[in-house]
Design a protein around this ligand. Sequence first.
Ligand SMILES: Nc1ncnc2c1ncn2[C@@H]1O[C@H](COP(=O)(O)OP(=O)(O)O)[C@@H](O)[C@H]1O
Ligand SMILES: [Mg+2]
Length: 468
Amino acid sequence: MQNDPFSASKVNGESAQTDYLRLFEAMPHPYLILKANESFTITAVNDRYLSATGTARAALPGHGLFEIFPGNPGGNGGIGVSELRTSLERVMRDRVQDIMGIQKYDIPRRDNSGGFDVKYWRPVNTPVFDAEGRVTRIIHHLEDITEFVLERERTSRENSEKAERVRERADHMEAEAMRLAHERREAAEREKKIMAEANRQLDEAYSRLKDIDRLKSMFIASMSHELRTPLNSIIGFSNVLVNEWAGPLNGEQRDNLAIIARAGKHLLGLINDVIDVSKIEAGKMDVHLEEFDLADVQRELYVMMGKDARDRGLSLNMEAPSRIMRADRQRLSQCLLNLISNSLKYTERGSVHVRALPPPKSENGGNGHLHIIVEDTGIGINNEDARNLFSPFVRFNSHLHSKEKGTGLGLYLAKKLAIQVLRGDLLYEPRSEGGSRFILAIPETIHESTGSLEIHATETATKPLTRV
Ligand SMILES: Nc1ncnc2c1ncn2[C@@H]1O[C@H](COP(=O)(O)OP(=O)(O)O)[C@@H](O)[C@H]1O
Ligand SMILES: [Mg+2]
């Protein structure tokens, strides 16, 4: 009974009905009471409904719902008519409440400004039953869910704004990353260019340096050559005088001339070394290949150095078995002469020993190197000094240093000759019993194909070999 205020009058009289009506009309939410017939005749409407829909009370009761609202009222959206009909029919058929989807239906402002307030509604249709359980009426109620919808919109807007901000940041970061990558690429590119330029300059400087070095060496070689001619005259003519071939000399004159001749020879030795060093460094060292017996070379060296050894009270031992070689005889002799004269200079007592060890048999047909060994019982060379032994202009401190003349070019030159002309090497090792041991390790036979980078040897029957 309470469900149907309009039948209450039958029970409680006029005043009760009026009370219910007033109550109904004062409801804060919009209500319509519809008859459960085909046209859903409106039987009651409350004030809130009228103000929400902008309709006058007089127009409504007794009319079918869809007569009053044939389409979307007010033109500002509205409750979907077909949805409403479906919902109402469902209520009648299924006899249960039906909650419709959200509807936007703005209501005219109360201030008569002609404007509308944004409103969202959720229509709810609820069946009203009679005593027999038949659906007699339907309460059509509009739930105001504006707050809820606006709040949801706001959150979703905020969320999408947040998402937008995140996306913007991501975009920004991506752009930044791309910019950095680009910068890095450009920097690498710049670095590459700088490096290439630096390399080019280095190459240029190197080739200029090589040119200058070659020029320097050539200059020294030709200058030295020019010096050699007058020096030979000085030596030759002082010898003529010393030997009194030009007439008798008194004792003082002879002594002085002997000093001139000695100094001249020393100077010639220096100049010859300097010429050889410059030639080797300029890659202009001539190579003369010939066949000879190593024993002959050793005999010649003995003739040259024997007297010096005797004068020093040293014994010079040569083991000179016959051994046929094919190499640059003069340069081999020069190397050995350097080694023997060093040994004589830096040995105060004992002996200097020269011997040749044949290449080890295992090395197939004598392709291994012949070892020509020059060793002495002299002052030796300490390990520290031995490291720089083959550097140019190096002479080591010892009590013999000032007594023995030298330029410090001898071993440097000998090593160069050993490697570049004789195609082997010159090595040093200290003797355990004291003194030094130099090993000239060279091939016995140099074939034309054994070319070195700097010097190319060719041979003709009569002409000396020259670099091409
Ligand atoms: N057999 C040796 N025993 C000891 N010291 C040596 C010997 N040979 C060379 N040296 C040391 O090596 C230095 C360099 O030798 P070298 O290049 O021939 O120059 P130089 O003979 O003109 O001094 C010598 O000054 C000397 O100190
Ligand atoms: Mg020397």
